[in-house]
Design a protein around this ligand. Structure first.
Ligand code: FAD
Ligand code: EPU
Length: 346
């Protein structure tokens, strides 16, 4: 089903709570609706695909068409004795999917509990948390190619997943609509409890042999202790990516700052905690007008109410400048910044 609105407020549709408007706002709930959506779209009109709006910053009104994907449904197929394939509509709420898998005792995405947003956006930045990324359970995805109207299927390699990255943030940015994602989950218990704050939580709570539900609960509790709830305080999670540097740069930084917080990434490079860099600059919990860094997590930028996208962007640039001046590292936004109708990551 297709529903169309004009001059539509986006306030409820972005977790920053920015009160921007879209010229046209169209919702669709089935893959078969998509060709019809494009029949009346003029070539020059900008189009933005929207999921839950939890990784997006509108810096002005959107002078174009927003297509909100509401394709629902979860189908199951037994691949073999130990594995199950879930085919999930792009408009399903991600955490409902996680809850469904935990209830069914399917292992693989429990560490990704409580990440806001919808299924369709999860492959865009290869969502990750507590030692797990979407790519670890990804099988294939189905999408609509906006340029030629064809259906395409991408497998794991074709998605070119990286840390908070994929082909859909690069060569295919704005060119496809993800309609369905297929995940391969395991029916045999293999928990990932290596992430330090998760490991500590389990020790502190005497959970030596945790169940799937206990891992989900642990992750939810850890997240709630430091990340602000967007329903109460506008935000889009981590605003910046954790910068990845070579051993040489890491060594130089570590000499100057022996307490530097970092992880060694899969490819042997050093992932520096951007939150630590921001905090070290004295910027944790600061506030300028309606915008600030969160008191419990410096990497999260919050809207205290009434902030405009422009105001948030100015604050972001200020943080980038101060971190660069101190450490020589330019923090790269993770959030998709929608600027003058053009989607960019600064
Ligand atoms: P949106 O914000 O609607 O869209 C994001 C991007 O994807 C946009 O470029 C949009 O055009 C594109 N897009 C959306 N749907 C489709 C589609 N169907 N087809 C094609 N393109 C599409 N992320 C993590 O990785 N790990 C975390 O731990 C995490 N924690 C968070 C905590 C909080 C409190 C918040 C607010 C955010 C957090 N995020 C985290 C970021 C965010 O939840 C994820 O990036 C999520 O996947 C965004 O989903 P969404 O549906 O809201 O996407
Ligand atoms: N830290 C500080 N000060 C801060 C925040 C963090 O010093 O204000 C240091 C601490 O040493 C802490 C370390 O950074 O131990 C790591 O912090 P945390 O575990 O909170 O993780 P993060 O690196 O800040 C990343 C993701 C989150 C994800 C968590 C858990 C990115 C950009 N962010 O945050 O994802 O939930 O790990 O895996 O990779 C998101 O992408 O929106 C997001 C919230």
């Amino acid at each position: 089903m297709i529903k169309k609105y004009s001059d539509y407020s986006l306030k409820k549709y972005n977790s920053f709570g920015i009160d921007a408007k879209a010229n046209k706002f169209i919702t669709f709930s089935s893959e078969v609706d998509i060709p019809e959506l494009f029949l009346n779209i003029k070539e020059k009109e900008e189009v933005l695909i929207l999921g839950g709006g939890s990784n997006i910053l509108f810096t002005s009104d959107y002078n174009g068409i927003i297509l909100k994907n509401e394709i629902k449904g979860i189908d199951e197929e037994q691949l073999n004795e130990n594995e199950v394939l879930l085919s999930i509509g792009a408009g399903e709420v991600w955490d409902d999917v996680v809850n469904y898998t935990v209830q069914k005792n399917y292992y693989g995405i429990e560490n990704l509990s409580l990440i806001p947003g919808n299924m369709g956006a999860a492959p865009i930045q290869n969502i990750g948390a507590y030692g797990v990324e979407l790519k670890d359970v990804f099988y294939t995805l189905e999408c609509y190619d906006i340029e030629n109207g064809e259906k395409r299927i991408f497998n794991l390699d074709e998605c070119k997943f990286g840390y908070r990255d994929s082909i859909f943030k690069n060569e295919l940015k704005g060119k496809i609509i993800i309609t369905k994602v297929n995940l391969k989950l395991s029916k045999i218990g293999k928990l990932n409890t290596n992430y330090i704050s998760l490991k500590n939580y389990l020790i502190e709570n005497n959970l030596t042999t945790p169940t799937l539900s206990q891992i989900r609960e642990a992750v939810i509790n850890i997240r709630n202790s430091k990340l602000p709830d967007p329903k109460k305080l506008g935000n889009a999670g981590s605003f910046f990516k954790n910068p990845i540097v070579t051993k040489k740069i890491y060594d130089e930084l570590n000499q100057k700052y022996p307490n530097l917080s970092y992880f060694i990434s899969e490819d042997g490079l050093y992932k520096i905690s951007a939150g630590w860099l921001i905090e070290k600059c004295g910027l944790k919990g600061i506030r300028m007008g309606n915008v600030g860094t969160h008191v419990n997590q410096a990497l999260v930028i919050v809207n205290y109410g009434g902030a405009t996208g422009e105001e948030i962007l100015k604050f972001v640039e200020n943080i980038q400048t101060k971190v660069f001046n101190e450490f020589g590292i330019l923090l790269e936004p993770e959030v998709n910044i929608i600027n003058n109708n053009q989607q960019e990551n600064l």
